[in-house]
Ligand binder design. Structure first.
Ligand code: SF4
Length: 443
């Protein structure tokens, strides 16, 4: 006879209030939402899908007109969900156009100060804020138990980002982010140390240092510590297994930074995403970028000399106002020369409120679409070539889901499905698939 299922006594546990998090835009926005998620979960909320949410946070993006349109659509969508959740909008569009955002739908709350977003949701849901638990002084001890090691990060992300910098003092003519986020400012080195130790204690194997203009990192109180010094400090005072830098401006890839990366060996990922935007000096001048191709060429050579095999990524804008056919060809030729392992191609889109939006020589959409297609074709070609150059090489892969991971050079890697998620595994690259995914075998 089949035994009767065990009966439970007492009332069912009360459900935790659900909060949905909607992210638009860059990795920095994602990292900020992760922090909000931690604060909300400590207060007793649960991260859920939009349809189950009592509250929704929308972290908005204004980087292009298209991103802003997506933001408005997302806010309208969540504000009209049948359960009518509390909607808190924050981020770049909230900073620039708060009135318009509030007028999109009744009940939309705009919170420009991201540090206050979680508190507003907590208050709206009738919860009580909770302070974070202190991280242990000895990160090795905190991570000693396998249970700790295998624990996912609070939002299930295995490579947490740590925002060490915000804002930007440059004024690129296509960009509105510097206006939305304000002047450059940095997290104190002590707080960065704490954040990295906390991430380690939660089981992270790799942390990604992020910022709007990462290379402008400075801590005046710590002897005017800049990014290379900070990296050195983190390597010396934490046991983090791998640090990765997110995108960086070309002038900030200094010989000092390359030297720290070289000395760190595997503990700093052999990858730099150096924002080029155009490979043509004339276009760079109109963009008001603070470097020219000569400097970029020098930076790439310095990085490659210091860290042999380093993968370089970049962002490229095509169809910037005034970009002639000859400028575009020069830009593409420069990208080819740089042998980027990863190139994000953006078609220029007019961003009202920026100098570039009113520049003469706006490029017709079909022309920029064709340039985008050719640039993406080159991006795929360069990526495949770099991936193929790795065959036979050793690599370190962070396993992010069963059978899938991320290599040091930020390639997708196929790994043995039996390897535990969140582990950092040493592999040899045995082949490359058509989409540049690395095939690997454990070492
Ligand atoms: S460096 Fe230029 S593109 Fe990047 S955030 Fe600053 S102003 Fe914008």
């Amino acid at each position: 006879m089949t035994p009767a299922p065990p009966t439970t006594s007492g009332p069912a546990p009360a459900r935790r209030p659900g909060v949905a998090l909607v992210n638009l835009g860059c990795r920095v926005n994602r990292v900020e939402l992760d922090l909000m998620a931690s604060e909300l979960e400590r207060a007793g909320a649960e991260v859920v899908g939009e349809r189950e949410a009592a509250a929704v946070v929308v972290n908005t993006c204004a980087v292009t007109g298209e991103a802003e349109a997506k933001t408005r659509k997302a806010v309208r969508r969540v504000a009209t969900l049948p359960q009518r959740p509390l909607v808190v909008a924050t981020g770049c569009v909230a900073n620039l156009f708060s009135d318009e955002l509030e007028a999109l739908a009744p009940g939309v709350v705009v919170e420009r100060d991201k540090a206050r977003v979680a508190a507003r949701v907590i208050e709206g849901l009738g919860l009580v804020p909770q302070a974070p638990a202190p991280a242990g002084d000895d990160p090795a001890e905190a991570c000693a138990s396998p249970a700790h090691r295998d624990a996912p990060t609070p939002t299930g992300r295995t490579r947490p980002g740590i925002k060490i910098q915000d804002g930007c003092d440059n004024r690129c003519t296509y960009c509105i982010v510097w206006r939305a986020r304000g002047r450059a400012r940095s997290l104190a080195a002590d707080e960065v140390l704490l954040a990295v130790r906390e991430a380690r204690a939660r089981g992270a194997r790799e942390v990604v240092l992020t910022g709007i203009n990462l290379g402008s990192y400075r801590d005046a109180a710590a002897g005017d510590l800049a990014l290379p010094g900070l990296l050195d400090l983190l390597l010396e005072r934490t046991d983090v297994e791998r640090i990765r830098l997110s995108s960086i401006e070309p002038p900030d890839v200094t010989p000092e930074l390359c030297a720290v990366m070289a000395a760190a060996g595997e503990r700093v990922a052999p990858f730099l995403h150096v924002c080029l935007q155009s490979g043509c000096d004339e276009t760079l001048r109109r963009m008001a970028r603070v470097y020219r191709t000569d400097l970029f060429r020098h930076v790439a050579a310095t990085a490659r000399e210091a860290v042999p095999g380093i993968a370089l990524g970049t962002d490229l804008i095509v169809g910037f106002p005034g970009e002639t056919d000859a400028e575009f060809e020069a830009s593409l030729a420069f990208c080819r020369e740089m042998r980027f392992a990863r190139m994000h191609v953006f078609r220029y889109s007019r961003r009202p409120g920026t100098p570039a939006a009113t520049m003469p020589g706006q490029v017709p959409a079909p022309v920029s679409a064709e340039r985008g297609r050719r640039a993406r074709e080159l991006a795929d070609e360069m990526r495949l070539a770099q991936a193929r150059s790795l065959v036979g090489e050793k690599d370190l892969v962070v396993v992010q889901s069963p059978g899938r991971g991320v290599s040091g050079g930020l390639f997708d890697a196929a790994v043995d499905p039996a390897l535990p998620v969140d582990s950092l595994v040493r592999v040899r690259v045995t082949g490359v698939r058509g989409d540049a995914t690395l095939e690997t075998e454990p070492l």
